[in-house]
Design a protein around this ligand. Sequence first.
Ligand SMILES: *Cc1c(COP(=O)(O)O)cnc(C)c1O
Length: 392
Amino acid sequence: MSNKNGRFQGCSPETKLLKSGGEYTEHGFVNPAIYRGSTILFSDLDALHNRNQAYLYGRDGGPTHRALEQAIATLEGGHTALLCPSGLSAITTALLSLVSAGDHVLMTDSVYRPARYFCDHVLKRLGVETEYYDPLIGGDIARLIRPNTRLVYTEQPGSQTMEVQDLPAIAQAAHARNVLVVLDNTWATGRFFNAFAHGVDVVVTAGTKYYSGHSDVMLGAIIASKAAARQMAAGHHALGPCVSPDDAFLVLRGLRTLDVRLKQHMANGLTVARWLQNRPEVERVLYPALPDDPGHGLWARDFTGATGLFSVILKPVSEQALANMLNGMSLFGMGYSWGGYESLIVPFDPSGYRTATPWQAAPALRLHIGLEATEDLIADLKAGFARLGGVC
Ligand SMILES: *Cc1c(COP(=O)(O)O)cnc(C)c1O
């Protein structure tokens, strides 16, 4: 199969997102076939000994996987992409590919909580020390870098608390000491944040969220710069995470409409966030696309858009009042994950586990604004606030 991707190099990101990976299609079909397989036969003994054929073994993936990897690498702007069965496994595979016993890892205090669990339990047991830093540290990260620091892990905006990090400043300080920068780019995706242009070496992402867009599949990916690609591939190969071709197909299907979905999530998100800002029950909306958000300056400098996920700090309210509000929602569902077409609402409270930067605000809600009509979503929230009652 010839590489036709070169034909689209000069096109805009929207077009490239539709075309990348297209060389893995056959017989005139628009989309690639789903090849299921464990055994892949070698054409002859030379091919077996020298591994010089395109596909070797089911665990390494087939054409469906290659098409998705290429589309993801193009979207995120990296050199290569590797697939994992969940976003969390992309995070743990990337970390295990990089660290050795005795290493020191700098991890943002705003990190996705299960990644924190992995560091505090598994990496710790393997003799790797994790130090949490203030997500707003910027170039001052230099003060925390030790001779054995292996990587600086970033995520933006922070999970739940939505801090925007100064990635170029962090990358400059890290690279001056030969330290790699890893970014969880799940929120913005490569469409709204070009990680590699801002100094990131390795991107990890949960394809479970916006890539798939339909709340029907789990998938993760590791995207590497040219310099980091070999080490990521070696770690991935050694650990053996793999994805079913059906799941790869579903995520590729989702990716083709990522651009239009994200634009609508942003428009809907802004409409609902602005409405929430004016509610008496709301203390603060945490969403960097809003001009008065503390992260707005960095967001406006570095991002090309915002997605549908943000948080809201409420004025003090009883547990029962909150239950009355959340249990009666009709459009907003209560559940984890996000990035699908539907709106979600969950309470959160990171005060029990943040260590570098204490978090005091509670109660707080995380909202995912889906693709429903915003007037319907606002009516649902308005009725919810009426059930919350008596706080203003
Ligand atoms: C959901 C999420 C993950 C993990 O993805 P899974 O596919 O659920 O394992 C990682 N990072 C962020 C920021 C997430 O929101």
